[in-house]
Design a protein around this ligand. Structure first.
Ligand SMILES: [Zn+2]
Length: 674
């Protein structure tokens, strides 16, 4: 048997994981050895007879766990991007082991004693600002993980962490299975009237792959709403599609959600917090439950009023089809009609101008050139995690190499829904390691020989995820704890949202939005009309998002011991109590498939998107009005904010760029809530 490739650092450029050598069987032994190695490294720290120093304790801790870091980064992407039954099994085995490992480290009394001694003496250690912050953040992490609790409480904490880790994995795997099972199968192409011929061909191909030869299958996206709802002209098919989406996973995951919320409340009660949300936000930029509740409450009423105005517009158009009342499955369809009639915008007519390759190279990469001077060279000889994934080397303006960017853009059955960024190799000043970052999207694969033509929202997603990639690529910190996107959750969406602005910057748009066959630019005025039409959809989008956020908030502000009998009932009551009362707009995610909050680390954190958007809208305004050349603004944003990661207070980084504290005005204007 060949040596496990995780056991030694990758010999490839940028320490790119050696994918050609990695087999599924390598993960579990690498995890096991990685955890054992780190525990041995910790023991070497705590066994030392020397008095604790910053170097022999904090820096040694930062340097520990290299093997675990290597395997975990690769596995987490692999199990999301191209999973198999075996990888699902490994994940189910590993997640409780990792939770126990985290506890072994953070509940190690001898290690904590050394950190605490240094923390008490921190003013006299002569540390530079990043090192001082490392000491403070590590100390806080240990306290928040239960280092100060008594033995019996720590024992219970370990049990709770193990159970929650296992339940989170089960929840995710249930979502994946339920989403696959709920795909809509239809018998005839007529039922798909309204979809493009390419989309119908793709549905036929999808059916063939899934064993329904001769039929048509619409696989579900992770959200409640499904993109086809905007086009399907057969109302009963729309109804079936949305019903399948909304009913996903309820039986298995409803009870799991109840259990997880209860365990989380119990866990934080041990640590002295009144709710899971209170515990979470204490370590975020928001700080308190009241700060978050306050922002959400301010948005609900104007958002609902906006949505009602939109519903009235939709009703006028739907009346012509004999529809008295707009149902949830009608909303997207008639929104599209309103866009076409009132704004002369046809979303389908835009697609030929948004060909994936052009959007990527002449849009996303081009914008990174304008703002930051970057250039990109594809490295087809480098192997990534899947044959679809493409590797690019990223260069600075002066030609110096910066890191690798991997793009894996297409949907497949083995990939989870949504879009996300991963860091396969994180930047580290201690070791000189440079970043390898990765974007995963779920753009439907075009029929063979056809180009991949993107919708407006898919173009936005490409720019968004690349904003996360830049955050990882530009990281320039000493300690890995602070690298790249390792910032609070209510801050991490901010740089990616800012990157969306390039999508419609005139000089960028003119460069990428060209007809894939004729090379013609977008018809004059189409983008302005599209943006005006987007303003029209803000009521829906804000309500859909706030509903999911308030649902997350309701589950995680529950005190210890609260009784919830039924998840569906709880959900309905929570939304009604929060004032989200637009029955035709379901939450963006319902409880049983809300993987962000039950399996992906966003519990009591879904508010982060709108919280970050305050900073985003404010920063976009700054870019547009500061009078500096765009390259200078980009450089400042990079040096003072993206490069800093979490090595200083993120709001301080914000002030260093914009020159003041964030303001909500630009967000309210953007969302039509002012
Ligand atoms: Zn994001």
């Amino acid at each position: 048997m060949t040596e496990n490739p995780f056991f030694t650092p990758s010999p490839l450029v940028y320490q790119l994981p050696p994918y050609a050598e990695i087999r599924q069987e390598h993960y579990l032994p690498a995890y096991e050895r990685g955890m054992a190695e780190q525990l041995a490294e910790i023991a070497a720290i705590t066994d030392s007879r020397e008095a604790p120093t910053f170097e022999n304790t904090l820096v040694a801790l930062e340097r520990s766990g290299e093997l675990l870091r290597r395997v975990d980064a690769v596995f987490r992407n692999q199990s999301s991007s191209d999973t198999t039954d075996l990888l699902d099994e490994v994940e189910a085995k590993v997640s409780p082991l990792l939770a126990a490992h985290h506890d072994a480290l953070h509940l190690d009394q001898r290690l904590f004693a050394r950190i605490e001694a240094l923390y008490e003496a921190r003013a006299d250690l002569g540390l530079d600002p990043e090192s001082l912050r490392l000491l403070e953040r590590r100390y806080t992490a240990f306290v928040r993980s239960g280092a100060r609790l008594g033995g019996a409480e720590q024992e219970r904490l370990r049990e709770l962490n193990a159970e929650l880790a296992a339940l989170g994995t089960t929840f995710q795997q249930n979502v994946n299975a339920a989403t696959r099972a709920a795909a809509l199968v239809v018998d005839s192409a007529e039922e798909l009237a309204g979809l493009s011929s390419g989309a119908i061909a793709a549905a036929a191909e999808n059916a063939r792959v899934l064993g329904h030869e001769g039929k048509y299958v619409l696989s579900l996206k992770s959200t409640s709403g499904q993109p086809e709802l905007a086009q399907l002209s057969d109302r009963s098919v729309r109804e079936r599609l949305l019903a399948a989406s909304l009913a996903r996973g309820g039986e298995a995951n409803g009870p799991l959600a109840i259990r997880m919320a209860a365990l989380r409340a119990e866990r934080v009660a041990l640590l002295g917090y009144p709710s899971h949300a209170a515990y979470v936000v204490a370590d975020e930029t928001a700080g308190t439950v009241e700060a978050v509740s306050g922002l959400l409450a301010r948005l609900v009423e104007p958002a609902v009023a906006n949505a009602r105005r939109e519903a009235a517009e939709l009703a006028k158009v739907a009346a012509a089809d004999g529809i008295d009342e707009i149902a949830a499955h009608d909303w997207a369809y008639y929104s599209e009609k309103v866009r076409q009639t009132s704004y002369q915008v046809d979303a389908a007519a835009l697609r030929p101008y948004f060909e994936l390759e052009r959007v990527l190279k002449d849009g996303v990469f081009f914008a990174a050139g304008l703002a930051y001077g970057l250039t990109f060279t594809e490295r087809p000889e480098l192997t990534a995690h899947h044959p679809d994934a493409r590797v690019f080397e990223v260069f600075e303006e002066d030609g110096a190499s910066l890191g690798l960017f991997i793009g894996d853009f297409h949907a497949r059955a083995s990939k989870r829904g949504g879009a996300w960024m991963d860091e396969l190799v994180g930047q580290c000043g201690l070791t000189g390691r440079r970043p390898v970052v990765l974007n995963n999207l779920n753009i439907p694969r075009p029929a063979p020989g056809e180009p991949a033509l993107l919708g407006w929202d898919e173009v936005r997603t490409l720019f968004h995820e690349f904003g996360h990639a830049l955050h990882g690529l530009f990281s320039d910190v000493t300690y890995p704890l602070f690298a790249g996107t390792a910032v609070p959750r209510d801050f991490v969406e901010f740089p990616s949202q800012v990157n969306e602005m390039w999508m419609v910057r005139p000089e960028v748009l003119a460069n990428y939005a060209r007809h894939h066959e004729t090379g013609e630019p977008l018809p004059a005025g189409l983008v302005e009309r599209m943006r005006a039409a987007e303003g029209f959809g803000q009521g829906f989008r804000t309500v859909e998002y706030l509903a999911a956020t308030l649902l997350d908030w309701a589950w995680h502000t529950l005190p210890e011991g609260a009784e919830v009998a039924d998840a569906e009932e709880f959900e309905a009551r929570a939304l009604a109590e929060a004032g989200i009362v637009v029955p035709a707009i379901p939450p963006r995610y319902r409880t049983p498939y809300f993987q962000h909050i039950f399996s992906s680390g966003y519990s009591a954190g879904y508010y982060a998107y709108i919280w970050s958007e305050v900073l985003d809208a404010d920063t976009v305004q700054w870019f547009e009005t500061n009078g500096k050349p765009v390259r200078d603004s980009g450089e400042l944003f990079r040096r003072e904010l993206l490069a800093r990661g979490f090595s200083r207070d993120p709001l301080e980084s914000f002030r260093a760029v914009v020159g003041r504290a964030p303001e909500t005005g630009p967000l309210l204007a953007r969302r039509g809530l002012a």
